[in-house]
Design a protein around this ligand. Sequence first.
Ligand code: KIV
Ligand code: NA
Length: 274
Amino acid sequence: RKRLTIAGLKKMKQEHKRISMLTAYDYPSAKLAEEAGIDLILVGDSLGNVVLGYDTTIPVTLEDMIYHTRAVARAAKDTFIVTDMPFMTYGIGRETTLRNAARLMQEGGAQALKLEGGKDIAAEVSALVRAGIPVMGHIGLTPQSVHQLSGYKIQKEAQKLIEDAKALEEAGAFAVVVELVTEPISAAITKELSIPVIGIGAGRECDGQVLVFHDILKYSSPYYDKKFVKTYADIGTTIRDAISSYVSDVKNETFPAEENVFGAVTSGTDTVGS
Ligand code: KIV
Ligand code: NA
């Protein structure tokens, strides 16, 4: 298969073909997502919550994002990878934003970057696009602003959201994520924009959907039971049960068994085969 392009994504919107996006943060998750046929992988700063155990995405650093993007890029060579710019690595002046963006592209290996914000960051989005970096916008509930927004709440200011979305399109963004908004608002944004709108907790009318890897797999995620998430497998229980069996086997001395043991090797190689 061939990696999607931003032109291909726009065509999907025009042809009403839905866009599937999922986060991934390391080699195995990215490999499995690619093998499953995902259109876009997001190395989201949600890794702060689901991989690193922070309460918010605010502590996530540029180094964290580079490290995780590298692992994803090694696994998903044929998938379009978008990486989040973390808190305070953008929106703080054009030159710093460009330098940080360059590191995520060069050292991380992403094909595009995602930034939270609308009108306020439009000038920086435009500078990134002019520098050759594809930008995905992110409006609605923007988790890096959780304290300013007084919590993870559904965003309902239709006029402001539509204006932010338009400002991002005008600045040259190739797509916009809309998070936690009512269905009528995301429908209006999707209709208004010619670039794809990818929703999370934003209803059925968006051009695509994005969810968090650990949420849909119930993989030790504190957020899997949110209304906008669907559980596709219970990997957490599978893993816990497997580890618990391993613990019992060791305690009961049923592992290692005969077949796992190297006997008295009289000749041959020391290869650790199966
Ligand atoms: O970090 C993330 O996972 C995200 C998506 C939820 C859109 O930004
Ligand atoms: Na994010």
